[in-house]
Ligand binder design. Structure first.
Ligand SMILES: Cc1cc2nc3c(=O)[nH]c(=O)nc-3n(C[C@H](O)[C@H](O)[C@H](O)COP(=O)(O)O)c2cc1C
Length: 181
């Protein structure tokens, strides 16, 4: 393999490469607007969920999606053990759902699944979220170790789309796309 063929990863970067400061990186990332999604998984009948801004569409052939999950989160361990996860891209009227599954509810209990309607898909399947702009189920295809996070890539096994404006997150604020210029 030539040097050019080698793709750099966090484990292959030479020691003499000087990275940016963590604070500068986090300041920059505040400016990166993201979709807001809730990911779900089920381990021995126990449902778990987490709000993430890291959902990405990866591939159409075959259909693949990815999310990044902090290794310290209970969700990371649960997703590794279940091998399956749901991705629910929230609509613009669902910021309260985002806060519930980010552990900071505006009212009620954190991580309370009754904050939104779920559509049962049968035994062993991840429920889909009513009112979400996209709601999908994935079989974990690969897990990539990436610094503080794990990147889960999933093959999409079920999907529902609703024509809704998505909820966005930017500079610690929720918002939505507008056609007003
Ligand atoms: C808008 C938003 C986006 C987030 N994105 C991610 C993410 O991509 N990955 C992640 O692990 N945590 C993300 N978080 C943080 C988790 O939702 C939050 O830390 C979590 O509820 C803590 O759960 P734990 O008790 O399982 O650690 C995000 C939070 C918010 C509000």
């Amino acid at each position: 393999m030539t040097k050019q063929d080698q793709s750099p990863t966090s484990s292959t970067l030479p020691n003499d490469v000087v990275g940016v400061r963590r604070e500068d990186f986090l300041l920059a990332m505040k400016q990166a607007a993201s979709l807001v999604s809730v990911i779900t998984t089920t381990v021995t009948d126990r449902r778990m969920a987490l709000t993430v801004g890291s959902f990405l569409s990866v591939s159409a052939d075959p259909p693949l999606m990815s999310v990044c999950v902090n290794k310290k989160s209970r969700m990371c361990k649960a997703m590794k053990s279940s091998g399956k996860f749901g991705v629910h891209v929230l609509a613009d009227n669902q910021s309260e759902v985002a806060d519930v599954f980010a552990g900071r509810p505006q009212t009620g209990d954190a991580y309370d699944f009754s904050c939104v309607e779920w559509l049962d898909q049968g035994a062993g399947r991840e429920s889909l979220m009513d009112g979400a702009s996209i709601s999908a189920e994935c079989e974990t295809e690969s897990i990539i170790d990436a610094g503080s996070h794990c990147i889960f890539i999933g093959a999409v096994t079920n999907i529902k789309t609703e024509e809704k404006r998505p909820l966005l997150y930017w500079n610690r604020l929720y918002g939505f796309p507008s056609s007003d210029l």
